[in-house]
Design a protein around this ligand. Sequence first.
Ligand code: NAI
Length: 330
Amino acid sequence: RNTPVTVAVTGGAGQIAYGLLFRIASGAMLGPDTPVRLRLLEIPAAVASLEGVAMELEDGAFPLLDSIDISDDPWVGFAGANVALLVGARPRTAGMERSDLLAANGPIFTEQGQAINASAADDVKVLVVGNPANTNAFIAMSNAPDVPAERFSAMTRLDHNRAIAQLAKKTGAPAADIARVTIWGNHSATQYPDVGHATIAGRPALELVDEAWLRDDFVPTVQQRGTAIIQARGASSAASAASAAIDHIHDWVLGTPEGDWTSMAVPSDGSYGVPEGLISSFPVTCADGGYTIVPDLSLDDFSRARLTATVAELEQERDAVVDLGFAKRG
Ligand code: NAI
């Protein structure tokens, strides 16, 4: 048995958490040798419901689940956390503009960033799932000056997995044969799913699918998949989002497979012309608990234009939250 890892999860009574917590407890996220101490966070109105989730977690009798604590106070919930999954957020309700959403989430991610800064473990890794994920992560990072910036990430792994799934469906290849897919930019409809360097059983994907399908079908399908799920299910993606969060932390902690990479939204180091500090999705390899942005990939004109568009949206969101006083630029 390894040393237990303390995992804090916000939005513990929500839909995604209901798919996420049981898999964390089972060892799917951190491996079969690592016990977990769960810290579940909610807003006061949802604490009673969260107690019910905690009862179900107990009833799983998970051998790796050392403890479960509940709190509505981020200053308590993040204390000593090695992994912080920021899933809870203010949802977009009818009549709300994107700017209203940024304003509603600013105070939440400001306080959570401050609490992580003050009380999380020195090795804390943060994943923001709650939307607008990239900009919420930017706010949390800006409010945690003592935590290395590269520990803050936002989730584009669901988009990455969706891109693999679409390629698998189109070509008949198993998902396991597909490597080196990339999501660039924002977790929003402007994201750019890129298969320019992807391989299918070792062959370039571009030899197996045509350009028209990529441009007219694949890219919009991946970009609009969240909306399609809402239309079909009557609720937003939850189990698949939970699964992607498991994958994101799993690979960050335990490494990406040899010869492959994954997509994570992380603070830019200026790679690919993305302004430094912006939390943007990149292709990354993970090893030894850290990640490296894959360098020097060629981008054709189409890809370059898509990247520029999604980064422009991220800059607008950053400017909006800087103007609202939730973060400093860069
Ligand atoms: P949900 O509404 O079912 O659950 C969210 C939970 O968060 C609620 O129980 C709420 O009380 C709680 N919460 C709100 N503010 C909180 C705070 N300050 N501290 C602690 N808990 C708080 O929503 P669901 O379906 O679980 O989704 C959660 C978030 O994930 C949403 O923002 C959604 O848009 C986002 N999402 C992101 C995806 C991604 O790929 N990055 C994919 C799917 C959803």
